[in-house]
Design a protein around this ligand. Structure first.
Ligand code: HDE
Length: 757
């Protein structure tokens, strides 16, 4: 039997929610779905059961999904109709006065169809236009009543449905996923007490401190207005001109130039609420809080050359990755962590917790894990769900409140405002994806596209004609703002000003850079070099490096050297002697701090094949990789059958042409002289291997395929002469042991020691 069939035979329906699509093993040769990564008899997702509360997630279903079922349309077995429900007899021909005559105005069927089509598009989001969404749930590990009365945190094991949308910021709706950019991480909790949106990013700080500067920032980073270029990129003059004049952006620039800006997957990045929020308990007492999402798979990124190449070969890389994982029952999971602290603590910090360009280092306030979020269902319709979902920083529920962060204040205004034009009027809260599970009763009426049919005569409060309803919930029963003001001791005169500590722009930028590993630092320096090399005005480049000089003379020197310029003197600082920071290093700021669970589930592994490849050793690898939850793919010069030696023919899943090397996390090269010769003869093979090598991926060369490494000019040792941990050479006969080493090496994600600039 073909190797492939063996792997598939061991497979089970990858996602029981989609039995029709995944329930049967496809015949050899027609295989298009990834083989299941689940051991026979296991539940659809191992990660579905919580070790902390014992809760087993309902596979792909939850309370929001159920309410959405009301509006789901399935046209299977149905005749075509107009929007009025009139059956359409002929959907091919417009109504004409004779077969060669003019089309008649009377043709309401044609006119309805074309008119609807003409209005299919809505405006895209002004920022975060490109995104992907999924349904899931949040599960609370332990009651947090001491701190908050917010509904999701009231009981251990309590499950709250969520919808999440990940996004890039600068690019338009159809732009590439792997742009160097911040990623949006927006979570809508459909709580018992109304919707709570935690609209965060994958970086914990922001470019600016005050909402007043947001339109300027966005105008600077978006394509330049005269020629609308470049798309989805910050590497251009206007962005760097703006940030060079806004030293408060320095800390965020460090994050944006780090590998955080090119995640391997949405499933492998953190999320942050960014601002300091408040938690409020039943007694009205409040504490300050920062929100963190920690991915179960760990934090992993691409390298720049890889990101650039992927954007050409698969612009939907992150969208596809999220979709395929959920579709296969590999539900992505994050834990929610809270940094909880008091105002008294906050007052002693060397920085201001109202300043969104600052983090609270975990050494000062540890992150306390309080629950997990699992995404277990793809949307049925991208437009109805992912495009029409409307997140809003103002959507809080009793138990959550704001602080005086001036950036947050602007956000509280902006989201609904922009959505009124994007979604065409004030009633988009009634769209199924936005509607809360909690009942909605108020006296807001009418407007475009109103769905609710309000009964009764009174649409005002107080009233007696409606029995006084809907009535205000009253003290302790609804949302009440915390009366406390952080700045109570300050003057309450109206001012346009900033608190003093906001003026320290460099201390935490330095903290971030100093907390990175050497290879992360090298990537940051290379990113600054690349971006600034695209800037055409030398004075802008100079100003950026002069500003960096304040944060890290070492980094500034590397960037200056890379740009062929002398190191400029540091820009004048707003404060010469900022308060001494509490820590100089914060190891959790490195991507390496969170490697994940050490597994290789969902990692894509290329196994090159050609006629004459050694079948048994490939079969061993395939079985081991499927068993470890990875997604092995047989890649050949062309699709179709390969005459593999020793096992019988196999079908290629992909071709070297349609799936280049940089789309895979690791590579297996086959034994078999004839296969090696055939692969050498294909020009794509060398690029495939070289990209895998350059990007730090694990390569296993079985038997004769070591010649492929030589042919590709791959050194077998690191520059310092030590063996390369990502290169595994093994005899085909020892494929079992090689599989173990290979899996352990792939689990390290990549091998940066190999990289040279
Ligand atoms: Fe947003 N932001 N933002 N933002 N933001 C929008 O709302 C805005 C900021 C974030 O998947 C818009 O519906 C202002 C920080 C995400 O639908 C808009 C300011 C953070 C998303 C808007 C900020 C975010 C948005 C555009 C500075 C991280 C995508 C479309 C005062 C904490 C949500 C829309 C989705 C979207 C305004 C800064 C996160 C224009 C005025 C800081 C994840 O209203």
């Amino acid at each position: 039997k073909a190797i492939h069939t063996q792997a598939l035979a061991a497979a089970m329906p990858a996602n029981t929610n989609k039995p029709l699509e995944h329930g049967t093993v496809p015949p050899v040769g027609l295989h298009t779905q990834p083989p299941s990564r689940l051991p026979t008899g296991s539940t659809p997702s191992e990660s579905n059961a919580s070790g902390k509360t014992g809760t087993v997630a309902p596979a792909g279903t939850n309370a929001t999904i159920d309410t959405l079922d009301r509006v789901r349309v399935d046209s299977g077995g149905q005749p075509l109709t107009t929007n009025q429900g009139v059956r359409i007899a002929d959907n091919q021909n417009s109504l004409k006065a004779g077969a060669r005559g003019p089309v008649l105005l009377e043709d309401f069927i044609l006119r309805e169809k074309i008119t609807h089509f003409d209005h299919e598009r809505i405006p895209e989001r002004i920022v975060h236009a490109r995104g992907s969404g999924a349904h899931g749930f949040f599960e609370c590990y332990e009651p947090l009543r001491k701190y908050t009365r917010a509904a999701p945190f009231q009981a251990a094991g309590k499950v709250t449905p969520v919808f999440v949308r990940f996004s890039t910021v600068a690019g338009e709706r159809g732009s590439k996923d792997t742009a160097r950019d911040v990623r949006g991480f927006a979570v809508k909790f459909y709580t018992d007490e109304g919707n709570w949106d935690l609209v965060g990013n994958n970086m914990p700080v922001f470019f600016i401190q005050d909402a007043m500067k947001f339109p300027d920032l966005v105008h600077a980073v978006k394509p330049e207005p005269h020629h609308a270029m470049p798309q989805a990129a910050s590497a251009h003059d206007t962005f760097w001109d703006f940030v060079s004049l806004m030293p408060e952006s320095t800390h965020m620039l460090m994050w944006q130039m780090s590998d955080r800006a090119i995640p391997r997957s949405y499933r492998m990045m953190q999320g942050f609420g960014v601002h300091t929020f408040r938690l409020v308990n039943e007694a009205g007492e409040s504490v300050l809080v920062k929100f963190h999402w920690q991915p179960k798979l760990g934090t992993h990124s691409l390298v720049w050359d890889e990101a650039v190449k992927i954007s050409g070969a698969d612009p939907d890389y992150h969208r596809r990755d999220l979709w395929e994982a959920i579709d296969a029952g590999e539900y992505p999971e994050w834990e929610l962590g809270l940094q909880i602290f008091t105002e008294e603590q906050a007052e002693k910090f060397s920085f201001d917790i109202l300043d969104a360009t600052k983090i609270v280092p975990e050494e000062l306030v540890p992150v306390q894990i309080v629950g997990r979020m699992v995404l277990n269902r793809n949307p049925d319709n991208f437009f109805a769900e992912t495009e029409q979902v409307a997140f809003c920083a103002a959507h809080v529920v009793p138990g959550i409140d704001f602080t005086n962060d001036p950036l947050l204040a602007g956000r509280i205004h902006s989201y609904v405002d922009t959505q009124i034009s994007r979604l065409g009027g004030p009633n988009f809260h009634e769209l199924p994806i936005n509607a809360p599970l909690a009942p909605v009763h108020n006296n807001q009426r009418d407007g475009m596209h109103r769905q609710a049919i309000h009964r009764g005569r009174s649409a005002y409060e107080p009233n007696s004609l409606g029995g006084g309803c809907p009535f205000q919930a009253g003290a302790g029963q609804g949302f009440e703002s915390v009366a406390k003001r952080l700045d109570a001791k300050d003057s309450s005169d109206k001012v346009r000003a900033k608190p003093e500590k906001f003026a320290d722009h460099y201390t935490q930028a330095r903290l971030f850079f100093e907390s990175q590993t050497p290879w992360e630092q090298a990537h940051i320096a290379a990113a600054f070099r690349f971006e600034l090399s695209k800037v055409t005005v030398p004075a802008v480049r100079e100003r950026v490096v002069a500003s960096l000089h304040n944060a890290s003379p070492d980094l500034a020197a590397r960037v200056a050297q890379g740009l062929g310029m002398t190191l400029p003197t540091p820009l004048p600082r707003a404060v010469e002697k900022p308060p001494a920071p509490e820590v100089d290093r914060s190891p959790t700021l490195s991507l390496t701090a969170r490697p994940g669970d050490g597994g290789i589930r969902t990692r894509k592994i290329a196994m090159l094949v050609a006629d004459g490849a050694d079948g048994p050793s490939l079969g061993t690898l395939l079985t081991a990789l499927v068993g470890a939850g990875a997604v092995p793919r047989l890649v050949a010069s062309r699709l179709g059958t390969c005459a593999v030696a020793g096992t019988g023919p196999v079908q290629a899943d992909a071709s070297l042409e349609n799936s280049p090397g940089f789309l895979f996390d690791a590579l297996v090269l086959p034994d078999g002289l004839a296969a090696v010769e055939a692969l050498v003869a294909d020009g794509h093979t060398m690029d495939f291997i070289k990209d895998q090598y350059r990007h730090g991926k694990t390569i296993l060369a079985l038997g004769a395929s070591q010649a492929l490494l030589t042919e590709a000019g791959i050194p077998l040792a690191l520059p310092d002469g030590t063996p390369d941990p990502g290169l595994i050479l093994a005899d085909a006969a020892a494929a079992d042991a090689a599989a173990v080493d290979f899996i352990a090496s792939v689990a390290q994600h990549r091998h940066p020691a190999r990289e040279s600039d």
